[in-house]
Design a binder for this molecule. Structure first.
Ligand code: TXA
Ligand code: MG
Length: 308
């Protein structure tokens, strides 16, 4: 049985986590499927619930920079990024600290860890109440669309997790931006626009490539996949297609009529789900490739990639 909890039940949610259970909880990006990152058995249950390939390491959530410095070694660059963007939708990959005590399953055998301090009030309250680092991938079965509402989590994981903490819709709606810090590279575009990270660093932020010797995160090409096929950059729509619009397009599902990328990011995953439930073929209007548009296009391209 999966319990649906509310903001009044933070203590109960925290007790489930410290007792080795699984709690899905809201962050400003997407809902995460949380487990105590120090407890190998609890972390194993995440992989089991999501049916996730175990080579994919997990992001560890903590409530502030001090807690982050207990599990990771922060270089000057990592600290600058943390100070500029935490709490918020940024994950920073740093070497694991000697005394971190993290489950090996969290890092999937790497000597680095991705750390994030989420901004959402409920996530903050839960992390403080649990007072242990919480490993949390997005709270969806592996390969499916990330959840931005408690009902999405229930659709995918009901019966497979102990509780879902309902905090309403996620305000950002796209997963965190992930930055590797040795060397400094963009591992995944996300909720913090790349341009904002570059402004903080005072230089360009290259995307990770295979010669960097760092693992570009489990970026399986087909990810975030709806059941329907997806056609991108659609300027017109066929009779048998369901159009997800952007800007001044006449369609029942529009990411943002006002062509606002922040609004479009917040709507993206919920609209993909709605379109998927209504049609076998989805078309999506062009979305500009700057700011959050880079992350939106990244997710759309993965959703449109051929499935294996
Ligand atoms: O917004 C988010 O980031 C959400 C919320 C719940 O925090 N979490 C999320 O987690 O999207 P997940 O597991 O779906 O994606 C985590 C990504 C994976 O692609 C993984 O490979 C990468 O982070 N990652 C984790 N640890 C890493 C490491 N040490 N080095 C490189 N990439 C890492
Ligand atoms: Mg995910």
């Amino acid at each position: 049985m999966t319990k649906l909890l509310s903001s009044d039940d933070i203590a109960e949610a925290a007790a489930i986590l410290t007792g080795g259970g699984l709690v899905a909880f809201p962050t400003e990006t997407v809902y995460g499927l949380g487990a105590n990152a120090l407890d190998n058995f609890a972390v194993a249950r995440i992989y089991e619930a999501k049916e996730r390939p175990s080579f994919n390491p997990l992001i560890v959530h903590v409530h502030d920079i001090e807690a982050a410095e207990r599990i990771g070694e922060f270089s000057a660059v990592a600290r600058d990024l943390a100070q500029a963007f935490w709490p918020g939708p940024l994950s920073i990959v740093v070497p694991v600290a000697a005394q971190a005590g993290l489950s090996e399953l969290v890092t999937a055998g790497l000597d680095t860890v991705a750390i994030r301090v989420p901004a959402s009030d409920l996530a903050q309250s839960l992390l403080q109440a649990a007072d242990v680092p919480i490993a949390a991938p997005s709270a969806n079965p592996s390969g499916q669309i990330s959840p931005t509402m408690a009902a999405h989590v229930m659709d995918g994981l009901s019966g497979r997790v102990d509780a879902v903490l309902d905090g309403g819709p996620c305000s950002v709606g796209l997963e965190s931006t992930i930055i590797g810090t040795d060397p400094t590279r963009l591992l995944r575009p996300g909720g913090v626009p790349t341009e904002a990270v570059e402004a903080c660093l005072g230089r360009r932020l290259p995307a990770a490539s295979s010669d960097d010797g760092i693992v570009a995160p489990g970026q399986l090409s087909s990810h975030y996949a709806p059941n329907a096929t997806l056609r991108l950059n659609a300027d017109e729509v066929a009779d048998d297609e369901f159009l997800i619009g952007f800007g001044a397009v006449d369609t029942p599902l529009n990411l943002s009529q006002a062509a606002d990328l922040t609004e479009a990011a917040a709507n993206l995953f919920a609209m993909l789900r709605t379109a998927d439930a209504n049609s076998q073929r989805i078309a999506v209007s062009p979305v500009p490739r700057h700011g959050l548009g880079l992350a939106i296009n990244d997710r759309l391209e993965r959703a449109a990639a051929p499935r294996d």
